[in-house]
Every structure is written in structure tokens, then in C-alpha cells.
Write a protein that binds this ligand. Structure first.
Ligand code: UGA
Length: 472
């Protein structure tokens, strides 16, 4: 099928490349000339597994880049809107880019088209897109508007697209649903997975993925509710981790105990320094705002957000409790990205924490496998960026682990200890076994687990159980 994807950000670019891999002819439309030139010239603007391969495979063949929305709409049977929906100051989603694309589409519709919302948008956006197209000259019989939410995670976006847990199509007419069914048929009938050149199957993928067809409003809600639920799961376990710290329990043991209940499941139960990224923080606020607009005060979401913010404060308190005063202290930091596997630092808890610690007068030397360029833009010259974990640790009063990059979980502990001025590690992602760290001579702070140290931590006479609660 001939498809247009409007917007070449994370979602648009990944969707465009993956739709081409399914066998469709795709035009990705963007009005940013610099970005277009880079894409046409073979650059890959984001750090994403398998994306370079897909772009190289399809660029100029089944995947083209253009600034001509009119032509792309005329040539296509389906037009995916994948432009940004940034938050307004009130926390609502700013839909002005979506509206302007809808206006642009209206003028170019020349035969039946399906206009597909791919960006994360609040409920009723499909209705509005429809109204805008009608207002701008579109004829009702020439188009339908559908919602087809995307559940991709940064870092694994390509495999998330091609091996999804489910494909959700929100369409209010059978004709519209049929177009989307056809687009995803290679996934839902399993034929894509038989191709020798298919992107390799990740662990856990169940094939073929189920197709869920709903009304447009339900699909819009599925996206917001999914992200809100996942964020709630993270805040829930972070709250449990805080209780564990108070009573001297181990949150990893608690996670295992609750995550093995198949109704709960073990994923997204990793405690840490709170969720970040371009999706959860923004989507939670937008979901809360839209719920309020339609008369429901979704206070559960307020609490999810509050716990998330509190988690960062708790981490700063740990740094303080490890180092006493902060001014002039030298800290090694591992991780700048909002999570492992990406160079994205938007709403990164690591960046927020670094900014607080700089304000407290700390000197910071940091390493991230992918996010230096972007971190430099956000932090300026205030932080020294180095090329590996051991250089970040060199001469530091303590090492902070802020992003769950896989390579941070298998460091050479002897070398790390030798590099640090004091063997203190404050791990915001629970990457290490506390006993192992103590065995290597570290004082090791983590989240929701007892503090361990090779040396006595409290004055003689303080019982171990009291020591363990010192972080609460
Ligand atoms: C998230 C969702 O997981 C995707 O399904 C969704 O499509 C996407 O938002 C979106 O709306 O576009 P993403 O933001 O890429 O994906 O990142 P996640 O892997 O969900 O992680 C979000 C944050 O939660 C990160 O800061 C991560 O470190 C944190 N996290 C995640 C935890 O603290 N604990 C966990 O157990 C899992």
C-alpha cells in the first residue's frame, strides 16, 4: 500500500521504516529541511537498534523523504500523523501541530483516504481531526479518521513495532478498519516472520500478535491508560521500596514475591530514581488534564507523579547521608540518558539529579555510552564528560549510577575500587548485588535494599537493624 507518514521524529521515522519493511511504499513528510537532507543523505538521527539497517535497506526504494504534504497525501491510501504533541504549561497536550497537519491533509484529499493518528493524543482527537478536515473542504465520504496507537519504547522501538504485544486499531467504520487491517496483515497473519530478512525475533515475542479492533475513542484511551498504568506500576514499587528502606527489607525479594503472581507480572517493577523520558511524564499530565476536562478528577495520577518526584529527593538524601556535606565533593556519575539503550535525555532523572547536585556545589564527572552530545546541550560545560566508567570514577568521593545501561552492571569492581577516592557507590538502579559490593570493599547504597558496607557504619552499640533504617 502507498502510505504517507507525517513527522520524522521517533515515532514517525520508526513507523515509516517498519511499514516499508512490511512491504509498503512509504513517503515520510517533514517540513524541517535540515532533517530531510540528513535523512536523504543517509544519516540516522536517533540511536535505535536496527533502524540504520532498515533505513539502508529501504531508503530511495520503498522509503522516501519529502516536504511535499500535498503530493504525499494524493499518492497515499493512508496518512499517518506522527507529529509532536508537547505539553502546554497547564500539562495538556498541545495539539496545534496535529491540527495544522489535518488542515494540510484536507486540501489534498482527492479520493478515499484513511487518516491515522499515530501520535499520542487525548481522547476526542479523532473527532477533532475529522471536524478540521471537513471545515477545510474535505468531503465526508472521502476520508475516515482512525486511531492506531504506538507502544514502542525507545531503544527497542523497531522490534516493538515489528513484534508488538498487540496491534490496536481504533476505527469507527468497517471500510476504515479494513485499510488498517491490510496494512498490518504481514504481522497479524504471521507472513512477515517467515521472511529470511525479517528483523530478528526478540525474547518473549508471541507470534503472530493479536489484532484488537475498537472504536476510535477507546483506542485513544488505550494508549493513555497503558502509559499511566505502567508509570503507576513504577511508582508503586518505588513506594514499596521506601517502606523496605524504613523497615530493613529487600525490595528485590518483594518484587520477586509479587511479580511471580501472573496477575501482576514482573515487568516494570524495577525500583529506581523514578521514570523519565518524553512519554510517561507528559502523557500522565495530559491524561489527568483530559480526565478533568471531561469531569473526572483522576487523583490517583497526582499521587503517581508525586511519588516519582519524591524518589529523586530521596536519592539526593542518600548522597548526603553517604558524604555528609556536598559542597566541593567530586562525584562520578554513570548515566545521563533517561534509561539504558538510548541517547535521549528528555525528562531524564539523571539530568535532574545532576542539576540539583551542581546547585549544591558538587563537581561532576560523567559517562554515558550514547548521550554525551545531548547532555552537553542541556548541561553546558558544567559537567566533565569522559569516555568510560573508570575515568568517571577516578578520584571521586563517590560513584552514582543513574541510568540502567547494561554495561554498567558488569564493571570490573577491582578496577572501579582502585579508581575511586573513597569506595562508595550510590546505585539509583539496583544494578549490583549488595553482598558482592560489600565483598569488594564498597559501601553500597541502593534503592529499597539495606545499606551494606565492609566497615561498621554506625557508632558501637547501634544495633544492625537500626543501622539499616538509617536511610528512611
Ligand atoms: C514508554 C512505554 O514503555 C511505551 O510502551 C510507549 O510506547 C512509550 O512510552 C510512548 O508512549 O511513546 P519509553 O518512554 O521509551 O516507553 O521508556 P520505558 O522503557 O517505558 O521507560 C520509561 C522510564 O521508566 C525510564 O526512565 C525507565 O528508566 C523507567 N523505568 C522503567 C523504571 O524506573 N522502572 C521500570 O521497571 C521500568
Amino acid at each position: 500500500m502507498q502510505i504517507a507518514v507525517v513527522g520524522s521524529g521517533y515515532v514517525g521515522l520508526v513507523a515509516g521504516a517498519c511499514l516499508a519493511d512490511l512491504g509498503h511504499d512509504v513517503i515520510v513528510v517533514d517540513n524541517d529541511q535540515e532533517k530531510l537532507a540528513a535523512l536523504q543523505g543517509g544519516e540516522v538521527p536517533i540511536h535505535e537498534n536496527f533502524l540504520p539497517e532498515l533505513l539502508a535497506r529501504h531508503r530511495g526504494v520503498r522509503l522516501r523523504f519529502s516536504d511535499d504534504l500535498d503530493n504525499a497525501v494524493r499518492a497515499s491510501s493512508a496518512i499517518f500523523i506522527a507529529v509532536g504533541t508537547p505539553p502546554t504549561e497547564q500539562g495538556e497536550a498541545d495539539l496545534s501541530y496535529v491540527e495544522s497537519v489535518a488542515r494540510g491533509i484536507a486540501g489534498a484529499i482527492n479520493s478515499y483516504k484513511v487518516v491515522v493518528e499515530k501520535s499520542t493524543v487525548p481522547v476526542y482527537t479523532c473527532d477533532w481531526v475529522r471536524r478540521i478536515i471537513l471545515r477545510n473542504g474535505g468531503h465526508a465520504e472521502h476520508f475516515d479518521v482512525a486511531s492506531n496507537p504506538e507502544f514502542l519504547r525507545e531503544g527497542t522501538a523497531v522490534t516493538d513495532f515489528l513484534y508488538p504485544d498487540r496491534v490496536v486499531i481504533g476505527a469507527d467504520s468497517p471500510r476504515c478498519a479494513a485499510v488498517l487491517r491490510e496494512i498490518y496483515a504481514p504481522l497479524t497473519d504471521g507472513t512477515y516472520y517467515l521472511r529470511p530478512e525479517a528483523i530478528p525475533r526478540p525474547d518473549r515475542a508471541q507470534l503472530p500478535p493479536p489484532l484488537i479492533v475498537t472504536g476510535a475513542k477507546s483506542a485513544e484511551l488505550i494508549k493513555h491508560a497503558s502509559n499511566a498504568f505502567l508509570a503507576m506500576k513504577i511508582s508503586f514499587i518505588n513506594a514499596v521500596a521506601s517502606i523496605c528502606e524504613s523497615v530493613g527489607a529487600d525490595v528485590q525479594q518483594v518484587c520477586r514475591g509479587i511479580g511471580t503472581d501472573s496477575r501482576i507480572g514482573p515487568r516494570f517493577l524495577n525500583p529506581g530514581i523514578g521514570y523519565g523520558g518524553s512519554c510517561f511524564p507528559k502523557d500522565l499530565m495530559a491524561f489527568r488534564a483530559v480526565a478533568r476536562e471531561y469531569g473526572y478528577d483522576f487523583r490517583l495520577l497526582d499521587e503517581v507523579i508525586r511519588i516519582n518526584e519524591d524518589q529523586r529527593q530521596r536519592f539526593i538524601r542518600k548522597v548526603r547521608s553517604a558524604l555528609w556535606t556536598l559542597r566541593g565533593k567530586r562525584l562520578g556519575v554513570l548515566g545521563l540518558a533517561f534509561k539504558g539503550g538510548t541517547d535521549d535525555i528528555r525528562e531524564s532523572p539523571a539530568i535532574v539529579l545532576i542539576q540539583s547536585l551542581l546547585q549544591e556545589g558538587c563537581q561532576i564527572c560523567a559517562y554515558d555510552p550514547a548521550a554525551h552530545l545531548r547532555a552537553r546541550e542541556a548541561l553546558g560545560g558544567a559537567v566533565m564528560l569522559v569516555e568510560n566508567a573508570y575515568d568517571a570514577a577516578r578520584g571521586a568521593d563517590a560513584l552514582l549510577i543513574l541510568t540502567e545501561w547494561e554495561e554498567f552492571s558488569s564493571l570490573d569492581l577491582k578496577r572501579l575500587r582502585a579508581a575511586l577516592r573513597y569506595p562508595i557507590v550510590i546505585d539509583g538502579r539496583n544494578l549490583y548485588d549488595p553482598e558482592l559490593m560489600a565483598g569488594h570493599g564498597f559501601t553500597y547504597y541502593s534503592v529499597g535494599r539495606p545499606l551494606v558496607s565492609p566497615e561498621p557504619l554506625a557508632p558501637a552499640g547501634v544495633a544492625p537493624s537500626e543501622r539499616k533504617s538509617s536511610l528512611s
